[in-house]
Design a protein around this ligand. Structure first.
Ligand code: GTP
Ligand code: SPV
Ligand code: MN
Length: 624
């Protein structure tokens, strides 16, 4: 009982002067032109936003501990019961700030055409004026943290560095898990390394003596990217990709632009090493839209005997052509910001084990014993909980206890199956594209070649999830799972993919596949068991790569022969299996119509090679 009191006591705002963190935060004493430029920029942002104090993050364990301690004392986060969840915390966001806000996300490129029809374009000069307005004094009464971060190992050959200034301690703690932060990065900047500028404010200045709230934010939000000057400005939100600017804003939107110019790719993908029963290793990257199974596949535990998977990354992959003609990939992140609901012993036991401690949970439910819970963690819900909004909850409440986009933030190194060399680059053997499709799209289809694979990637559509604001379940195009994350014109991005293929040796390029774990029967249930059983699909993919099994040509690509699927130990009606691979030409002609409509939105910019693929698809469907 005493414990429960400790946990619930910390939920409300508590007025107490900060003490612990005061020992930290002084500017590192590095010198040099790089340092001068950094200091000048920090001063400039401080002059605009007028914080009460500036704290330079050194990245030390002691500093992080003090930061978390202060947040608990201020009622910003709840310390979980260390007996169940050591070093772990629960944050509850404002109910209006629970996911990425795509409608408020902008690409401010000089030319509108460079943002393209799938992005919100903003005139850079006008947007600067708007932002100067909203950021003016936006950090009043708050601490401005200066957070130097590296995406990829500090100083690594494929790594990039940046600095985020932010007035959110929660963002600082999250960035500390998701990236490599601290003095080592500041030193690189001081020594002249190029870096990206990112500015974040929750947009909730505090007046003298004003009591803070647990999750400050602003109803007005701006998530703005300047691809021409490689800057990010985010205002009004404290949540996920809106606030951890190294993640979607930098490592995808800005990095995709850098990649376009430098000949590499920044992708919304997971990355795994699959080890077959003979001990041979293969590297697979997969692009699925938000909340469509990347973290789950990244932590796959094969249900077929003899196979193993090592995790390398779960959300972002940077891919670069190597001198050997292969495509080499790194996971630039250092942690997982994963969807909690649906993560349980029977679906993703690896994630459950990863979350043993040192985790920040956001918008999950709190148990009376000071541990956390969410839908799907256990089959049965606890009798009593406090829901994500802080209200009492029972299974009879008739609403989810955890928000559908509630998340965990945890270091990658805690994953029990993380690859020992997860910070290094690996050569890709296969690339998978997927989405949530109740109909039409088979469990797996192999592209006939790179160009056909790019065509498949460009046509991906998926039912919307809770990871972004919008209507859940609605089908939308999400090419390469990059719709919300491509920092330039998506048609040019398709062209970039084609170019990477043309520049590489065709026999060394990864093979491309489309997968769909989410096809449903006429009765509405999933036809495929998914999760660990997805290893059966990977098994087939690898046997295709090694040329061990033939495939069946279909109008939409190459399909497996059912007898080549490893279904050992799986009981599944043959009708379901057949339905998983059925290709209905009439429905696919309709898909082709929709693709044509989608391509037409790009004003003739879609590469001719992809238009030819569409025409060829129609031709094959007519003959079928
Ligand atoms: P982001 O972090 O938003 O980019 O999401 P993600 O792509 O990493 O998605 P994640 O792996 O977190 O999965 C999201 C939801 O999909 C969870 O509720 C999972 O339980 C569910 N899911 C994942 N894999 C499968 C699968 O193979 N079959 C089924 N039916 N559901 C799955
Ligand atoms: C996604 O939405 O794809 C995420 C979560 O990975 S966020 O970082 O908020 O973008
Ligand atoms: Mn994601």
């Amino acid at each position: 009982m005493a414990l429960a009191e400790t946990f619930t006591r910390n939920t409300g705002p508590i007025s107490r002067p900060l003490t612990a963190l005061r020992e930290f935060g002084s500017r590192p004493a590095y010198t040099g032109a790089g340092m001068d430029a950094l200091v000048a920029w920090v001063d400039e942002i401080a002059a605009l936003t007028q914080p009460a104090r500036i704290h330079w993050i050194d990245g030390s364990r002691a500093e992080n501990d003090a930061l978390l301690r202060d947040m608990v004392a201020e009622g910003k986060i709840i310390k979980l019961n260390p007996e169940w969840r050591p070093g772990s915390y629960l944050a509850r966001s404002a109910p209006s700030d629970v996911a990425r806000t795509e409608a408020r996300t902008f690409i401010a490129s000089a030319r509108e055409e460079d943002a393209g029809p799938t992005n919100n374009w903003a005139d850079p000069a006008e947007m600067r004026e708007t932002l100067n307005g909203v950021f003016a004094g936006s950090m009043r009464g708050r601490t401005m943290y200066v957070v130097p971060f590296s995406m990829g190992a500090v100083g690594g050959p494929l790594s990039h560095i940046g600095v985020q200034v932010t007035d959110s301690a929660y963002a600082v703690a999250s960035i500390g898990i998701m990236t490599r932060v601290g003095d080592a990065v500041t030193k690189l900047i001081a020594d002249g390394a190029p870096w990206v500028k990112t500015v974040h404010s929750v947009g909730a200045p505090l007046a003298e003596g004003e009591q803070d709230v647990a999750w400050p934010c602003n109803d007005e939000k701006y998530i703005v990217h300047y691809p021409d000057t490689l800057e990010v400005w985010s205002y009004g939100s404290g949540y996920g990709g809106n606030a951890i600017l190294a993640k979607k804003c930098f490592a995808l939107r800005i990095a995709s632009v850098i990649g376009r110019d430098e000949g590499w790719m920044a992708e919304h993908m997971l990355l795994i090493r699959v080890i077959d029963p003979r001990g041979k290793a293969y590297h697979v990257a997969a692009a699925f839209p938000s909340a469509c199974g990347k973290t789950n596949l990244a932590m796959l535990r094969p249900t077929i005997p003899g196979w193993r998977v090592e995790t390398l990354g779960d959300d972002i992959v940077w891919i670069r052509p190597g001198e050997d003609g292969r495509l080499w990939a790194i996971n630039p992140e250092a942690g997982f910001f994963g969807v909690a609901p649906g993560t349980g012993e029977s679906t993703n036991v690896t994630a459950v084990e990863t979350l043993w401690g040192n985790t920040i949970f956001t918008n999950v439910a709190l148990r009376p014993d000071g541990d956390v819970w969410w839908e799907g963690l256990t089959d049965e819900a606890p009798a009593e909980l406090t829901d994500w909004e802080g209200n009492p909850w029972t299974p009879a409440s008739g609403r989810p206890a955890a928000h559908p986009n509630s998340r965990f933030t945890v270091a990658a190194s805690q994953c029990p199956q993380i690859a020992p060399d997860w910070e290094d680059a690996v050569p890709l053997d296969a690339i998978l594209f997927g989405g949530r499709r109740a109909t039409n799209v088979p469990l797996v289809v192999e592209a006939t070649d790179w160009t056909h694979g790019v065509f498949l990637g460009s046509t991906i559509s998926s039912e919307r999830t809770a990871a972004a604001e919008g209507t859940v379940g609605e089908l939308r195009r999400d090419p390469f799972a990059m719709l919300p994350f491509c920092g330039y014109n998506m048609a040019d991005y398709f062209g970039h993919w084609l170019k990477i293929g043309q520049q590489s040796r065709f026999d060394r390029l990864p093979r491309i596949f489309q997968v769909n774990w989410f096809r449903r029967g006429s009765d509405g249930r999933f036809l495929w068991p998914g999760f660990g059983d997805n290893s059966r699909v990977i098994d087939w993919i690898i046997r295709r790569i090694d040329g061990e099994v033939p495939a069946v040509d279909s109008p939409i690509g190459r399909l497996p022969r059912l007898q080549d699927l490893n279904l050992f130990g799986l009981t599944m009606p043959t009708e379901d299996l057949e339905e998983l691979f059925s290709v209905d030409p009439a429905s696919w002609q309709h898909e082709a119509d929709l693709t044509e409509e989608f391509y037409a939105t790009f004003d003739g910019k879609v590469p001719a090679a992809l238009q030819s693929e569409l025409a060829a698809l129609r031709y094959r469907l007519q003959k079928a």
